[in-house]
Design a protein around this ligand. Structure first.
Ligand SMILES: NC(=O)c1ccc[n+]([C@@H]2O[C@H](COP(=O)([O-])OP(=O)(O)OC[C@H]3O[C@@H](n4cnc5c(N)ncnc54)[C@H](OP(=O)(O)O)[C@@H]3O)[C@@H](O)[C@H]2O)c1
Length: 292
């Protein structure tokens, strides 16, 4: 990953989320859940989306339950979230591809569907309606978590991993899809600021899924990365100021690393390549009757 020296920012003196309305798609577990706790503890009203609500009774956090392996459900979430009121929309929903190709009930490869296509569908349903009238004049912010800046590319002609399957290839489709989503949305929606987040290694179920199962190499990877792994709470706490830093206004399309420092996107990210990724995604979605 390369540092983006064109953007530096200073944490605001007070990190106050009082009155902020925030939706976290994937906020029922892992990193999204740690974000939800940080925001709610600082006065925000947070709505989390996922399959299982684990924070019943926590002040400031409520849930919209959905199985985002189904694209019709993603459409429903995009329509049900209180879009017009939101200040911040965050996508952390995702899985890590299995050793063998797993299909959703709609016949789509699971990783790319849950970790990327669901986000594309939800954002397309919400973007033009996101809250435009915040008192401080700032624009709504959208944060897309993935692994930007790591040069992972999408198999444009096989986004659904039907011609060949490998778990890292399937996951790269999600990673690259999310980078393309940030680029595309930053050009498409001039009413928003859209950013990418690369959390580095964070100790969650997804990381266990990547490394713990499988052979010796995987377990070695788990051990090596444990030296650079954060807890979700530490990561969330570290990057919290980013969500309200004034310097980010008008900086749509930027990405941030595990410490919240600006990083450059992958080298392949440009207008033509991102359009191809988005076009392939739209085509795949049209197969399951979803138009975005
Ligand atoms: N952890 C890392 O080291 C790491 C590194 C780089 C990038 N990332 C990215 O960061 C994001 C968050 O990862 P994480 O580590 O927080 O993962 P996680 O702990 O596994 O959490 C994933 C979230 O996605 C939700 N989810 C999964 N399948 C779903 C489905 N079918 N329908 C609805 N919700 C679903 C889970 O909710 P329920 O359990 O309630 O369904 C949970 O809220 C992912 O995009 C991941 O690729 C993580």
């Amino acid at each position: 990953m390369k540092r983006d020296k064109s953007l530096t920012w200073t944490p605001p003196a007070t990190i106050d989320f009082n009155g902020k309305k925030i939706a976290i798609v994937g906020g029922t577990g892992g990193i999204g859940r740690a974000f939800a706790h940080e925001f709610a503890a600082r006065g925000a009203q947070v709505i989390v989306v996922g399959r299982k609500f684990r924070d019943e009774g926590t002040t400031g956090i409520r849930a919209l339950l959905a199985d985002l392996s189904k694209m019709k459900e993603a459409e429903r979430v995009g329509q049900m979230l209180p879009t017009e009121e939101l200040d911040i929309l965050i996508f952390t929903v995702g899985i890590f591809a299995d050793h063998a190709r797993q299909e959703t009930s709609e016949g789509l490869e699971q990783d790319v569907t849950i970790g990327y296509l669901s986000r594309l569908v939800i954002l397309r349903n919400m973007a033009s309606r996101l809250n435009q009238s915040r008192p401080d004049g700032s624009r709504p912010r959208v944060f897309v978590m993935g692994y930007p800046g790591t040069e992972q590319q999408a198999a444009i002609n096989d986004l659904n991993s039907e011609k060949s399957y490998a778990r890292w290839k399937a996951h790269s489709n999600s990673v690259a899809g999310n980078e393309a989503l940030v680029y595309d949305a930053s050009k498409r929606y001039l009413n928003l600021d859209v950013f990418g987040l690369n959390p580095g290694f964070v100790q969650t179920d997804i990381r266990d899924e990547i490394f713990k199962r499988g052979g010796l190499l995987n377990r070695l990877g788990f051990w090596i990365t444990s030296f650079v792994t954060s807890t979700p709470e530490d990561y969330a706490h570290r990057v919290l100021p980013l969500f309200i830093a004034p310097e980010l206004t008008g900086q749509s399309g930027k990405h941030f690393d595990k410490n919240g420092k600006a990083i450059l996107p992958s080298g392949w990210v440009n207008d033509a390549n991102c359009k191809e990724v988005i076009r392939a995604s739209e085509k795949l979605l049209s197969r399951v009757g979803v138009t975005v």
